[in-house]
Design a protein around this ligand. Structure first.
Ligand SMILES: NC(=O)c1ccc[n+]([C@@H]2O[C@H](COP(=O)([O-])OP(=O)(O)OC[C@H]3O[C@@H](n4cnc5c(N)ncnc54)[C@H](OP(=O)(O)O)[C@@H]3O)[C@@H](O)[C@H]2O)c1
Length: 178
């Protein structure tokens, strides 16, 4: 599987339930990379999306400990799959593979937040990381992939040119597990 994340200089990803910054170019990139795919997200991330609804054009697996949780549907009517543990998610992915031909390596993207990234990062072979060239006051973080690269477990395989929006510069990068 893969993951996709936007991080600040200190690998911060969010504050008080929201993203650190609004960058339309990154939202467009996220859309391009995730349309038609299966997203794995935590309940808090789902509720932080516009209208608290899953994104259209994608299947969403949402993780919650609440056995009574009833998420909203996406605008295109797609119902998210609710899972209550990592094992539950693995069962759901196996069902999608067997019944709908989903390729778990190519078609499944972990999209946050912190708890879900932590849970699945060891299974991600590819990490799509947008790196903002600024520090924010974050209360949620992603693993420091530069430290993991120095330790030899991942490597940076690509980075885009620099982009700028609203006075904020950022790059798209891709890391792979070694
Ligand atoms: N920068 C980015 O790319 C990016 C991407 C996504 C999110 N974010 C940010 O990340 C923050 C949210 O991250 P977060 O870590 O607070 O929340 P989260 O990972 O989105 O969701 C946490 C929730 O997931 C459920 N959960 C987690 N582990 C579980 C387990 N082992 N078993 C069952 N349920 C489990 C729990 O739901 P219940 O409480 O319902 O039990 C928990 O409260 C927000 O600020 C968001 O904007 C940033």
């Amino acid at each position: 599987m893969k993951c996709i994340v936007i991080v600040d200089k200190d690998w911060g990803i969010g504050k008080e339930g929201n993203l650190l910054v609004h960058l339309p170019g990154d939202l467009q990139y996220f859309k391009e990379k995730t349309l038609g795919k299966v997203l794995i997200i935590g309940r808090k991330t789902l509720e932080s999306l516009p209208g608290g609804r899953p994104l259209s054009g994608r299947k969403t697996i949402v993780l919650t400990g609440n056995p009574l949780y009833e998420p909203s549907t996406a605008r295109d009517g797609t119902q998210p799959i609710v899972c209550h543990s990592r094992a539950d998610i693995e069962d759901a992915l196996n069902r999608l593979r067997n019944e709908q031909g989903i390729d778990i390596n190519e078609d499944v993207i972990v999209a946050g937040g912190e708890t879900v990234y932590e849970m699945f990062l060891p299974q991600c072979d590819e990490m799509l990381v947008t790196r903002i060239d600024r520090s924010f006051d974050a209360d949620r973080h992603f693993a420091n992939l530069d430290s993991l690269a120095a330790a030899g477990s991942v490597r940076l395989v690509w980075e885009s040119e620099q982009h700028e929006e609203n006075g904020i510069t950022y790059k798209f990068t891709r890391y792979e597990r070694i």
